[in-house]
Design a protein around this ligand. Structure first.
Ligand SMILES: NC(=O)c1ccc[n+]([C@@H]2O[C@H](COP(=O)([O-])OP(=O)(O)OC[C@H]3O[C@@H](n4cnc5c(N)ncnc54)[C@H](OP(=O)(O)O)[C@@H]3O)[C@@H](O)[C@H]2O)c1
Length: 245
């Protein structure tokens, strides 16, 4: 698929990795539907930058992805605004430490609803539009930890493992028109709360002995969108070798 003139919805696009993905898609000529929840100012800055730097259309869509009605309303609003959607990047996510023994039902629901249920219902809505168009691409931003779960982040890791199952299931459900793939980042942008010691431990645990960057994830997304239309149901690790270290 060529991104020039296509419409791409990126969830959690206002900051961090989502912002890099949205900028990379805009640079390739896509119009961007910028989803955000709390980061309105950052989302507005991104929209301004997309318009000023690349001359592309960009509109903001606010939704709480924990609320399935909000998810569906957003999908409909994006289709109404742009008339169609060609690309969906399921990037938004909850990532909170939830030590085993202290996990509350609310923690479980927050992780599963935002990281797994929302991508499913968004893909169901947007996937139908893509099938009708005869083409489309969905990229799910998962995590290597969906395959090697951390004990202190069980709801998160389970949600990402579920997202990988969803990735394969959607590839089947939306074939042959729509290709659905996953990117599994390793440490590309640590939570702002990480101490220097925790940061170094993460670096040491990779094969390449450094952190990646949001742009590494964005490049993998670009490859899945523009590099080949023959890849579907696939998973690409962008983890500096963390999975096999
Ligand atoms: N950063 C890494 O090193 C790393 C490593 C492995 C995997 N990943 C994956 O890569 C993706 C991006 O990572 P990141 O670190 O940039 O993510 P992040 O900063 O933790 O979160 C991205 C966005 O998700 C949105 N979000 C959270 N809860 C939401 C809700 N209830 N409704 C709607 N939006 C909600 C937030 O939007 P607002 O700010 O607008 O509220 C937030 O800015 C995630 O899927 C993450 O799991 C990242």
């Amino acid at each position: 698929m060529r991104l020039q003139g296509k419409v791409a919805l990126v969830t959690g696009a206002a900051r961090r990795v989502g912002r890099s993905i949205a900028m990379a898609l805009a640079q390739r000529g896509a119009k961007i539907a910028i989803h955000y929840h709390h980061s309105r100012n950052e989302a507005q800055r991104l929209a301004d930058e997309v318009r000023d730097s690349f001359g592309r259309e960009a509109f903001l869509f606010k939704a709480d992805l924990a609320d399935v009605r909000d998810v569906q309303k957003m999908a409909q609003a994006v289709v109404k605004q742009f008339k169609t959607v060609h690309v969906l990047v399921n990037n938004a996510s909850v990532y909170e430490k939830t030590p085993f023994g202290d996990v509350a039902a609310a923690d479980w629901d927050a992780n599963l609803n935002v990281n797994l249920r929302a991508p499913f219902f968004l893909s169901q809505e947007i996937g139908a539009v893509m099938k009708e168009n005869g083409e489309g691409k969905i990229v799910n931003i998962a995590d290597w930890a969906g395959k090697r779960p951390y004990a202190d982040y069980i709801p998160y890791c389970v949600s990402k493992a579920g997202l990988l199952a969803l990735n394969a299931a959607l590839a089947k459900a939306l074939a042959p028109e729509v290709q659905v793939n996953a990117v599994l980042p390793g440490p590309v942008l640590l939570p702002e709360s990480f101490s220097p010691k925790a940061r170094q431990a993460v670096i040491n645990a990779t094969l390449v002995k450094r952190l990646g960057s949001p742009e590494d994830v964005a490049q993998a997304v670009l490859f899945l969108l523009e590099g080949s239309d023959f890849i579907t149901g696939a998973e690409i690790n962008v983890d500096g070798g963390r999975m096999i270290a």
